[in-house]
Design a protein around this ligand. Structure first.
Ligand code: ZN
Length: 339
């Protein structure tokens, strides 16, 4: 997300604003498709496709790229469309006419004249980064409400707790998710409550409860609709609280779900196939560790691959210290070799 306020304040703002917004929701939309059995022939946990039923393609410059996991595009009746010039959840309110996206900028002159109709080959010349965010909304339904209905922003993909991917825009179009990287990037908001300066402080405890298996995610009382299957329990890929540094400060968070990692690896592999400049690697220190802080703008601009929002902006921590860069990148590379 692109908010610049401190995290605790930001979360409170979201809760207040969205608590009010949720009282006027007239259309309770459930974006989650029915689930089939999970494939069992896959020995690599991080690369296992989540159960899926329905279309599995992403849309890139009008072309479909199957990625082997469920993708709900904006073209489906239960999808989320950033092309909508108004609120998604309150359809009784007149459309505000405002665009939540744009054509890509910073293009060479030969492409700028038809920026709204770039071919796949042309798009693959200019898009070279995939920016990973956490949404601090807890589920994709809430994320879209914040982006579309409250803040007038956008992101190409949302990745829900159960591994369902939502695509809201063709990748040809520029989403508003990562300031200086928007022109040359694709973005994903992963459903997650976020990272916190103290472990299980009051703000974080709103989102989690413990049982004999460890932490599992819950939702604040005001969030009456999540869009997730009723029986789905969101458990982190690792059971404890993960602590680590981002931008030189310590943050605590619960890991993402295994379903999210599995779907994300497939999305990364699909993006690399469609737009090969998005290399399946992240910015690294000389010793090989993934860099855990913002990159100088020219360095960011020159990087081809996958970045966190914190690589783009100094005031960001997402996707946070729990994000398992190397396993998910490795899984994506394996999928490219053996889809
Ligand atoms: Zn972000």
């Amino acid at each position: 997300m692109t908010n610049a306020t401190p995290r605790a304040t930001r979360r409170r703002l979201f809760c207040t604003g969205l608590g009010l917004a949720s009282t006027v929701v007239l259309f309770a939309r459930c974006g989650a498709p029915p689930r089939g059995p999970a494939p069992s022939d896959e020995p690599r946990p991080a690369a296992t496709a989540p159960a899926s039923a329905g279309p599995d393609w992403i849309v890139v410059a009008g072309e479909r790229f199957p990625i082997g996991t469920r993708v709900v595009t904006w073209q489906e009746p239960d999808g989320y469309s950033a092309y909508l010039r108004g609120k998604h959840f309150d359809r009784n309110e007149p459309a505000d006419g405002k665009q939540r996206y744009d054509v890509r900028g910073g293009l060479p002159a030969r492409l700028a004249a038809h920026a709204d109709r770039l071919s796949l080959a042309e798009l693959s010349e200019v898009v070279h980064q995939f920016v990973v965010h956490f949404d601090v909304c807890g589920c994709s339904r809430q994320c879209f409400k914040v982006l579309q209905d409250v803040r007038g922003l956008s992101v190409h993909f949302m990745l829900d707790l159960d591994g369902t991917i939502y695509q809201t825009l063709d990748l040809r179009d520029k989403a508003w998710h990562a300031t200086i990287a928007n022109d040359f990037s694709v973005g994903v908001e992963i459903a997650h409550p976020g990272a916190y300066p103290q472990p299980m402080n009051a703000a974080m405890a709103v989102w989690y409860e413990r049982d004999e298996l460890g932490w599992k995610q819950k939702f604040p009382q005001w969030m009456t609709e999540t869009g997730l299957p009723r029986d789905f329990v969101a458990r982190p890929a690792r059971p404890g609280i993960v602590t680590g540094e981002v931008q030189g400060k310590t943050w605590h968070m619960v890991d993402y779900t295994p379903q999210q990692y599995a779907a994300l690896a497939r999305l990364m592999a699909g993006l690399n196939r469609a737009l090969p400049r998005i290399r399946l690697d992240a910015p690294r220190e000389p010793d090989g560790d993934v860099i855990d802080h913002v990159l100088p703008a020219p360095e960011l601009r020159a990087f081809d691959g996958i970045v966190g929002h914190f690589h783009v902006q100094k005031n960001k921590q997402d996707p946070g210290p729990a994000f398992q860069w190397d396993p998910v990148l490795r899984a994506a590379r394996e999928l490219r070799r053996d889809p």
